[in-house]
Design a protein around this ligand. Structure first.
Ligand code: C2E
Ligand code: MG
Ligand code: MG
Length: 755
């Protein structure tokens, strides 16, 4: 059962009572036509297609409808036989055998040929032919045993053969024709002929058969062959089979009435009353059906190839996740718009927080988000816009704008940006395990507007990209329009990026400064290594700008490794000081970060406990589990981890609770506000208490005044860093006393020489 289902297609058209009525009608028409007009002088019917209607009923109707259909056919068949002078015994016997053979054929065809709606394919048709003749042979054997047609052996054999061929051809020619003609797919067969031509060929075959069998003794019936072959070439399988069925009916009918070339050449009561008729049926069948099959297969292949070509072309120009256009198609549409007298707007749209959704909820939810967002954008974009996904969370929209474009364009691209931003802010329902949860994101947009026929596509895309960068740098969840100032600052950053690469390669312009950190008693215990870049033309570059450029380009990985090596060298030379090294989130995400760090540590022979890595909260916002795993490995190796700038991220306490660190560093903004706001004091005290409760050390950054120091010491701070004690200075400017083994120290500004 299972095997059959996998190999063969099950019936695809379960039909109701109207189809049953139609099949009963077909049965009775075929039965009447053949019973009345295809009977030879011995009283035998020579071609019996009627049973096919019952086979088709069994193949395409549900059993509860097929059974009454067969019963109706049986009753009508018995009635017809009685009217045409059969005995009651013969009528009942033949009709019962007709039912039995139809059930057998339908069962075998369903089991061995599978497809119930299309038996025209070569393998199925050949199998069906074998089934038809086998079943007919069984039927006639049973029939001859129960009611032998004659007393002489030869005559019994004659009758048996006649019966088998008559019913076998009936099935073979008619069943596939009926299945295809009644099916909804009858016009779906690959074919070159139009509707009119198909009908012309069908009627042509009928007229030619009638004319050549009725009116001539000449071999003009031979023209039936080329006409059927022509039908096979031009039309689909249903039409070929229907033509053969009509030709068979007409030729059988006329031959049994003594007309036409076949009757002329057959002695009436010899072996097979219509000796030439059966071979004629076989020959017209064989001349047309295999040809049509082969051609159909070719046409199907051609169609398949065309479809594949279309699919490949579609895949090459569309994004698979959202089905939006891809970058290539977007460029082409942009190029096409160049030639129209229309202003146009290019929007580069970036989904903020997409990476987080992807990392925390999985790629399935990430894709859902992309699809849902693209649906919202499509609804906003309107019919004249092109929407594309460039990859990741980057989308782009191209839309005509201004008065010239048939009223469908967006007159105000800025309003369009605002609408998109609003739409992005609405929560998205995404799958998370068995449930769907609302997720909030936002969008950043860069907008560039091109005036009619005065712009070029690549330039417009570059401008939108620069504007998008500015929108993201400006805090996300907003849009920026491209302007010359943005262009200047972008070019400036590009130059700085190149200079940084050069600086890293030469090594001369980069240095580390060290800022001492003191304990509650004012004793210097450790230093933080801080990067400095002395640009040959610009002078000192602000370190925040330097880090953000390095992160953008990925140079931060090499730069961070250089900082670590330098800091380890320093730690080896200053064994009494712990050294804190800053680590960027981009570095931490790098797959080899842990391995490379431990390798550098081993190479330096510095004790791991002397090094502390400072990470920021943004590092933890990406993928807490994976980052925590890395931190745990580093801590297991003896390194310590500090959470820098604590309090500036949005979910600090949650992270503090869940992540694997040894120290928190209260951000300098809280320390700076200590004297000013009650909240700052409360937050600082809470963090210190909370940190201690969790077994962590707490450092305060940016301590500049004596009042701040006093408050922090009174609240139980472990460590302080700030200009009050020391500024970041080059290694050479550090006080040599710091090399001494730890000792109680007087105040620190005496220890450190200012640069
Ligand atoms: P950070 O890690 O929080 O470093 C402390 C920053 O506060 C330093 O700024 C330091 O000079 C400054 N600072 C220290 N005491 C005071 C004070 O009393 N008052 C004020 N107003 N500021 C004080 P800097 O050197 O400009 O570094 C800024 C940030 O750049 C650092 O913040 C750190 O996040 C990053 N950074 C510095 N060097 C590196 C590095 O090698 N790698 C990475 N990834 N980031 C670094
Ligand atoms: Mg730091
Ligand atoms: Mg800090």
């Amino acid at each position: 059962m299972r095997l059959r289902r996998t190999i063969y297609r099950a019936t695809d058209r379960i039909q109701g009572p109207p189809m049953a009525a139609l099949l009963v009608a077909v049965f009775i028409v075929l039965a009447v036509v053949t019973r009345l007009s295809c009977r030879d002088p011995n009283g035998n019917t020579v071609f019996w297609p009627a049973n096919s209607a019952m086979v088709v009923a069994l193949m395409i109707l549900p059993t509860r409808i097929a059974v009454p259909t067969l019963a109706s056919c049986f009753v009508l068949n018995v009635g017809l036989d009685l009217v045409t002078h059969y005995t009651v015994f013969d009528s009942l016997l033949y009709c019962a055998l007709n039912i039995a053979v139809s059930v057998l054929v339908a069962f075998l065809a369903r089991t061995l040929c599978g497809a119930t709606t299309d038996l025209s394919r070569f393998r199925r048709l050949a199998t069906f032919g074998a089934i038809a003749f086998l079943a007919a042979a069984i039927e006639s054997t049973v029939g001859e045993i129960l009611d032998p047609g004659g007393s002489v052996k030869v005559q019994v054999l004659n009758d048996w053969l006649q019966w088998t061929l008559c019913d076998g051809f009936g099935f073979l020619i008619t069943t596939p024709a009926l299945l295809l003609s009644l099916g909804s797919a009858r016009n779906a067969y690959p074919c070159d002929a139009g509707r009119l031509e198909r009908w012309g060929l069908l009627l042509g075959a009928a007229i030619l058969a009638a004319a050549s069998f009725r009116f001539t003794q000449s071999p003009s019936f031979m023209l039936i062959y080329p006409l059927l072959v022509l039908t096979a070439f031009r039309a689909g399988a249903p039409w070929v089979l229907a033509s053969i069925l009509l030709t068979s009916l007409i030729s059988c009918s006329l031959t049994t009435h003594g007309y036409g070339p076949l009757a002329d050449h057959t002695a009436s009561d010899l072996l097979l009353g219509q000796g030439m008729l059966q071979p004629f049926l076989v020959s017209i069948f064989l001349c047309a059906v295999p040809t049509n099959n082969a051609l159909g297969e070719k046409r199907r292949n051609a169609r398949r190839q065309l479809r594949m070509k279309d699919a490949v072309a579609y895949a090459a120009t569309h994004d698979t996740v959202t089905t939006l256009a891809n970058r290539d198609l977007f460029r082409r549409r942009l190029g096409a718009l160049l030639h129209t007298p229309t202003d146009c707007a290019v929007l580069f749209v970036d989904l903020d927080r997409f990476k987080q959704v992807n990392d925390t909820m999985g790629h399935g939810a990430g894709n859902e988000l992309l699809r849902a967002f693209s649906t919202r954008m499509l609804a906003i974009a309107g019919p004249e816009a092109t929407l594309a996904r460039f990859g990741g969370d980057e989308f782009a929209m191209l839309t005509p704008c201004g008065p010239t474009s048939r009223g469908l364009a967006h007159p105000d691209p800025e309003a369009l940006c605002r609408t998109i931003i609003e739409a992005a802010r609405m929560p998205f329902l995404l799958t998370s395990g068995p449930t769907r949860v609302p997720v909030q994101v936002s969008a950043s947009i860069g907008l560039a507007v091109g005036l009619a026929q005065s712009w070029d596509g690549s330039e417009l895309m570059r401008q939108a990209d620069i504007a998008l960068y500015a929108a993201k740098a400006g805090g996300r969840d907003g849009y920026r329009i491209f302007c010359d100032e943005l262009d200047r600052s972008s070019r400036d950053r590009a130059r700085l990026r190149a200079d940084l690469e050069a600086a890293l390669a030469s090594g001369g312009q980069l240095r580390l400064h060290y800022q001492a950190k003191v304990d509650a008693g004012g004793r210097p215990r450790s230093v933080e290594a801080l990067l400095r870049w002395q640009h040959p033309i610009r002078g000192p570059v602000p370190v925040n700008q330097l880090i953000s450029i390095a992160e953008e380009t990925g140079v931060i990985v090499r730069l961070g490794a250089w900082v670590l090596r330098e800091a380890l060298g320093f730690a080896a030379r200053w064994p009494t000081l712990d050294v804190a090294v800053n680590v960027s989130p981009v570095q931490l995400r790098h797959p080899h970060f842990v391995e490379d760090t431990l390798q550098a540590l081993r190479a330096s022979a510095v004790p791991p406990g002397q090094i502390e890595l400072e990470i920021t909260e943004t590092s933890l916002m990406d993928d807490l589990d994976s980052i925590n795993g890395k931190l745990a490995t580093l801590r297991a190796a003896g390194l310590r981890i500090a959470l820098d700038d604590f309090g500036t991220g949005c979910s600090s306490l949650r992270h503090l609770h869940r992540c694997s660190v040894d120290r928190v560093k209260i951000d300098q903004s809280f320390v700076a506000a200590l004297g000013d706001t009650a909240e700052a004091a409360a937050i600082t005290r809470t963090v210190i208490e909370l940190g201690h409760a969790m077994g962590l050390q707490v450092t305060a950054e940016g301590v500049e005044t004596e009042a701040q120091r006093r408050y922090l010491v009174a609240t139980g701070i472990d460590e302080m860093q700030g200009y009050l004690f020391a500024k970041p200075v080059a290694e050479s400017a550090l006080d040599a006393d710091l090399r001494q083994p730890r000792r109680p120290a007087p105040l620190v500004d005496a220890l450190m020489r200012q640069p």
